[in-house]
Design a protein around this ligand. Structure first.
Ligand SMILES: NC(=O)c1ccc[n+]([C@@H]2O[C@H](COP(=O)([O-])OP(=O)(O)OC[C@H]3O[C@@H](n4cnc5c(N)ncnc54)[C@H](OP(=O)(O)O)[C@@H]3O)[C@@H](O)[C@H]2O)c1
Length: 274
């Protein structure tokens, strides 16, 4: 990829932080969005800045204005964007039965986990396409452009990775809004993959299983028990670093004839067994 600037939503905590650490190690400029204000995330930003260039933008993925401001700030600082990791997400505040779930919770979860990533991807994809067109019109002949693509060994104009969940496939009747949002994100991956393939922008999905972060802290005992009972073929909690390594694989440039694929990072939980 020619542009080594990555946007990572929710990149200061949990899975997103592990991804951020991986990306700065790999030489990416990093632009992170989260709802936390500056002083709360400052220690993490300081840590990341020891390895590379990092911008933090405080904003809410649900807001169109905040999404635009996030992209604008990224471009103002780094000039272009090559990678978007749609990681920010929330669980419902209350795990309510499907017959009791509130409309407020439905709206909040769907706006954060699906609508936000959808419309952020839309504006970032447009930007990636503009960058590719500008590169081409900046005096490059078709042959020179082809040579440049071969030289950087990719022909890739950008890349989008969506962090969905096993909940895209697995029913939990006490958090249906979360399952719906993640199923939507799976379809969103394939929609954008199909739309952007001709533009040299692959789109991938990663489906994490049970990962040890703040999100699962409140249900730790439940999952400890399930792991002990052998529910997960690889019998341990997933770590945020497992996801960071999956992102590293997808951005390696070694999957040049693939887009729209899903990588399960769930200890084999998705395997159906009799
Ligand atoms: N942990 C798991 O077991 C697991 C399993 C499957 C899928 N996932 C998915 O993986 C992703 C990361 O999960 P995690 O476990 O790392 O969660 P986490 O530790 O709770 O972190 C969530 C991140 O999302 C950001 N965020 C939340 N609401 C936001 C909003 N409205 N606008 C912008 N940023 C927002 C948070 O930033 P602030 O704190 O600054 O708001 C935080 O950085 C989520 O999409 C989650 O659904 C997690």
């Amino acid at each position: 990829m020619k542009t080594k600037t990555a946007m990572v939503t929710g990149g200061c905590r949990g899975i997103g932080l592990a991804v951020s650490r991986q990306l700065v190690l790999e030489g990416y400029n990093l632009s992170i969005m989260g709802t936390s204000k500056g002083e709360k995330v400052q220690p993490v930003i300081d840590e990341l800045r020891q390895k590379g260039k990092v911008l933090y933008v405080s904003g809410d993925i649900r807001s169109g204005g905040d999404r635009s401001a996030y992209l604008d700030a990224t471009l103002a600082k780094f000039g272009s964007v090559g990678l978007l990791v749609n990681n920010a997400g929330i669980a419902p505040e209350v795990r309510a039965d499907l017959l009791e779930m509130s409309e407020e919770s439905y709206d909040r979860v769907m706006a954060t986990n699906l609508k936000g990533p959808f419309f952020l991807s839309q504006i970032v994809a447009r930007q990636m396409i503009r960058q590719a067109e500008n590169n081409q019109s900046e005096g490059q002949t078709a042959e020179a452009d082809q040579a440049a693509k071969t030289a950087d060994n990719s022909g890739i104009n950008g890349l989008i990775i969506n962090i969905s969940s096993v909940s895209a496939d697995v029913v939990s009747i006490n958090r249906g809004e979360y399952c719906l949002s993640k199923t939507g994100l799976s379809m969103m991956t394939r929609l954008f993959a199909a739309r952007l393939a001709g533009k040299g922008i692959p789109v991938f999905e990663i489906k994490p299983g049970i990962i040890e972060t703040d999100m699962t802290a409140g249900v730790k005992q439940k999952y400890d028990h399930l792991i002990e009972q052998g529910q997960f073929p690889i019998a341990r909690w997933g770590k945020p670093e497992d996801l960071a390594e999956a992102v590293s694989l997808l951005i390696s440039g070694k999957l040049r004839y693939s887009t729209g694929d899903c990588l399960h990072v769930d200890g084999g939980y998705h395997i159906r067994q009799l």
